[in-house]
Design a protein around this ligand. Sequence first.
Ligand SMILES: NC(=O)c1ccc[n+]([C@@H]2O[C@H](COP(=O)([O-])OP(=O)(O)OC[C@H]3O[C@@H](n4cnc5c(N)ncnc54)[C@H](OP(=O)(O)O)[C@@H]3O)[C@@H](O)[C@H]2O)c1
Length: 338
Amino acid sequence: MALPAASRFPFAPGLDICRVLNGMWQVSGAHGRIDPERAIDAMFAYHDAGFTTWDLADHYGPAEDLIGRFRARFAALRGSEPLGEIQAFTKWVPPPGPMSRQTVDAAIAVSLRRMRVECLDLLQFHWWDYRDTRYLDALKHLADLRQEGRIRHLALTNFDTERLGIIVDAGIPIVSNQVQYSLVDRRPEAKMAGFCQEHGITLLTYGTLLGGLLSEKYLGRPEPARAELTTASLQKYKNMIDAWGGWALFQELLATLKPIADKHGVGIANIGTRYVLDRPAVAGVIIGARLGVAEHIADNTRVFEVSLDADDLAAMEPVLARSRELMQLIGDCGDEYR
Ligand SMILES: NC(=O)c1ccc[n+]([C@@H]2O[C@H](COP(=O)([O-])OP(=O)(O)OC[C@H]3O[C@@H](n4cnc5c(N)ncnc54)[C@H](OP(=O)(O)O)[C@@H]3O)[C@@H](O)[C@H]2O)c1
């Protein structure tokens, strides 16, 4: 099973990605117990199917170590040359504090060691509090590390449009911003996507499948109690659905998506992924993978077989239009973290 050429995207100079990235928050421990050996076997399966790009973070439990172990086993079995087929995008999510060169160096050194690489493909930076403007100090040091060859490309996660503008104005070279984007959370359309398009920045999206809620599994189901939502991801996005318009409206959305999915011979999740992949500025959709626990390789391959037409989009709009305005309720991208 090979993915079509359309699955690839020229993300940055010398760096092509698969437009569906494998998300590794799901190995952090908050989504069920992960067995490292089984997880690495699963990583080979994803990679060999064409899903070669991984999204992780310093604080996703063993995620960076799993990349290191996957790379080591990959090199032992296949030689070190094809290691270049793997793209591993990590994040640095520092606690607030002074951002000296030494602090930044130390953090990046940990990720390099854990991932067993000489240079990070992509470093996505998160910041908790905009009142503390030392995010600019951190980013300047990260840009220097890029010049020195420790980071290939610099990126952000959960930054709003206003601060992205400040960072761009400061001359810091940013390739992407990772934000929540789904049929339920369309905030990036308001300001972020336009700004990104103007400045040659792309979006990597998460929450696109709402932790799995955007699927046949939840179609026609009564509103789940908190205890039934067994992963941190399901809980997070159930809250988002509640803010957006509630379970009854979400059921209407699933019921609207089902005939569209049937028409294309795919699943509801594929429709949700395709919708976001087709939005302006979007480079890729990150789909969480509970490695060695649950697997959606063949399912997610079908994303690349779907082309949504005007009738499909028109059928969705009346339901989407009845939702609350999340931009007003929560704020711009990432404001839910602040
Ligand atoms: N930057 C940030 O602040 C941030 C925040 C959250 C997430 N992320 C990133 O985004 C990634 C995605 O995570 P997420 O929490 O947003 O979850 P998600 O991708 O919305 O949902 C993942 C879940 O969807 C289900 N699924 C996957 N493919 C499916 C298919 N084809 N059909 C039906 N169900 C399917 C799986 O559930 P089962 O396993 O139950 O089968 C999977 O665990 C994370 O791993 C992380 O890398 C970043």
